[in-house]
Design a protein around this ligand. Structure first.
Ligand SMILES: Cc1cc2nc3c(=O)[nH]c(=O)nc-3n(C[C@H](O)[C@H](O)[C@H](O)COP(=O)(O)O)c2cc1C
Ligand SMILES: Cc1ncc(COP(=O)(O)O)c(C=O)c1O
Length: 290
């Protein structure tokens, strides 16, 4: 089956050192303070973008009547859920041991996650909400970290972007279960500069850049074949060695933290929770009950 990002064998090895996450705009970064300068072109110098291929949307779906209540077969995996639990005992978190600011503390825990056994350590759950409070959450990848906040990239016409356009407040969760750790962030999301997005887009594998062009993210599409046709269309548009431009509808967001909480699992569910709350120019540190 074709993978969205090509076969693993085709891709260069992933650099999982914390320094691989670039600091943006040449700003002093907590994780990578010496990131390369971002090449930029003024918007008026850019060639016009070709139109995005039409991905046919699905025919209207007929309403399906609600059926009888679902009954799971006896012995289904769900039967054992109530007894499923782990005892957390891998570490402790003490006020005396944490950094005075949460981004430095986060960088230290990210280093641990990168060095340890956490799969996809830069995967984070992003929660957004409509202005009237309808929430949604999905996983995105952390692609930049500096003293300003947490950067991810996405489609600016997606559902999450619609939420953030109307209500920039967002929350992040890093679920580092293998380390019995969790980090929670709340804050405000804003778009990163076009130069920053262009530099990141150019660093992505070719198939991911083409995928961004081919996918009208969050829209209902007719079927898989419609997506594959859209991909083939954009693939034919640019030669192997030709630069694929940053789509107007794609780029990054930076979540500027207002609160950050570090959670370390402990015995008896009496976990350690250390919270940072922004106050003026500084941070207030508090222990929270588990
Ligand atoms: C591990 C993982 C990483 C993902 N990373 C991203 C990402 O960095 N950017 C993105 O737009 N979608 C990413 N996705 C897909 C999103 O979870 C989601 O399906 C998509 O962004 C559409 O969300 P929306 O319709 O709420 O906007 C990722 C999914 C997974 C499971
Ligand atoms: C739709 C989408 N966009 C962007 C990304 C981020 O991927 P990349 O590491 O190629 O930038 C992902 C990762 O899964 C994704 O699914």
């Amino acid at each position: 089956m074709e993978q969205a990002h090509g076969d693993a064998a085709d891709l260069p090895p992933v650099d999982t050192s914390a320094a691989a996450i670039p600091a943006a705009d040449g700003a002093a970064g907590v994780v990578s303070p010496d990131g390369p300068p971002i090449p930029g072109r003024r918007p008026e110098e850019r060639p016009p973008f070709p139109p995005v291929p039409e991905v046919p949307s699905a025919a209207p779906v007929p309403t399906v009547p609600v059926g009888p209540p679902v009954s799971l077969p006896p012995g289904a995996p769900a039967a054992g859920l109530a007894a499923l639990r782990r005892r957390y005992a891998r570490g402790e978190l003490d006020e005396a041991d944490v950094a005075p600011d949460p981004l430095t503390q986060f960088a230290a825990w990210l280093d641990d996650a990168l060095a340890g056994e956490v799969p996809e350590p830069n995967a984070m759950v992003l929660a957004t909400a409509t202005p009237d409070g309808v929430p949604s959450a999905r996983t995105v990848l952390l692609k930049g970290l500096d003293e300003r906040g947490f950067v991810f990239y996405t489609n600016y016409e997606s559902a999450k972007a619609a939420d953030l356009g109307a209500n920039p407040r967002a929350a992040l969760v890093f679920p580092w279960h293998a380390m019995e750790r969790q980090v929670r962030v709340t804050g405000t999301a804003e778009r990163v500069s076009r130069e920053e997005s262009a530099a990141y887009f150019a660093s992505r594998p070719r198939d991911s850049r083409l995928g961004a062009w081919a996918s009208p993210q969050s829209q209902v599409v007719a079927d898989r074949a419609a997506l594959d046709r859209a991909y083939a269309e954009v693939e034919a548009r640019w030669g192997e060695d030709e630069e694929i431009p940053l789509p107007d509808f794609w780029g990054g967001y930076r979540v500027r933290p207002e609160t950050v909480e570090f959670w370390q699992g402990r015995h008896g569910r009496l976990h350690d929770r250390i919270g940072y709350r922004r106050e003026g120019e500084g941070w207030v540190l508090e222990r929270l009950a588990p």
